[in-house]
Design a protein around this ligand. Sequence first.
Ligand code: PGA
Length: 256
Amino acid sequence: MMTMRKQIAAANWKMNLTQPEVKALLDQLLTEPISLQSHEEVVLAVPFLYLEQVRQRIESLNGYRLAAQNCHQKTAGAFTGEVSAAMLASMGIKDCVIGHSERREYQAESDAQLAEKVDRCLEVGIRPIFCCGESLSVRESGKQNEFVGAQVRAGLFHLSAESISGIVIAYEPIWAIGTGKTASSAQAQEMHAAIRAVLTAHYGKEVAEQIPILYGGSVKASNAAELFGCTDVDGGLVGGASLNATEFRQIIAALK
Ligand code: PGA
């Protein structure tokens, strides 16, 4: 029997919150933490500076995990200002967001670089949360499934079946990020099923069925339950609403 696919509420703080604000948010979120079932996870993807502070707060909590928002594609060396996957692993970090659309756009991260970043993570036991998603113009052209399928192939299909079984995918349509314009649950389900079909065609059903696919793009307390209720939507990667403890707690509760 296949194990139950993980259902994940992931917070992506992006470049937000000062240190006192982090403390206040963690107090609200974790003083009485929502307890999770064995197939549920909460991931906090926080700026590098706050990783250690958050790690200390969640280390005794079942199912709560810590993520970096990025790592460098090389193992080590003369890359001033960068952070390697090995450094993250040595600090007890379990997950790393790779290829967020903001990094693809503003840091011009290419598919080839992202494939390398995925490798650096897996080499040191970090689980990549691999992001994909189309722009509004691609969506309007009707080529979104092809576009996202190509991102998934380019970033991940060099992996063995065993390696890809250990990753998480996040589908985040760029037109829905930070815009308040969420994909409808039907649009999300359609794309998630398309991504799973791409995975199935290459790796087979058993592998594809194990890989959590999160939806991201204006997830909030009021729409989380409907989105997470879709067959192929295994939780969310949440930006703006993850900065508000009340909202994010309701989003975690929507995993149930
Ligand atoms: P949003 O961001 O929830 O603020 O739309 C999601 C993301 O970019 O991860």
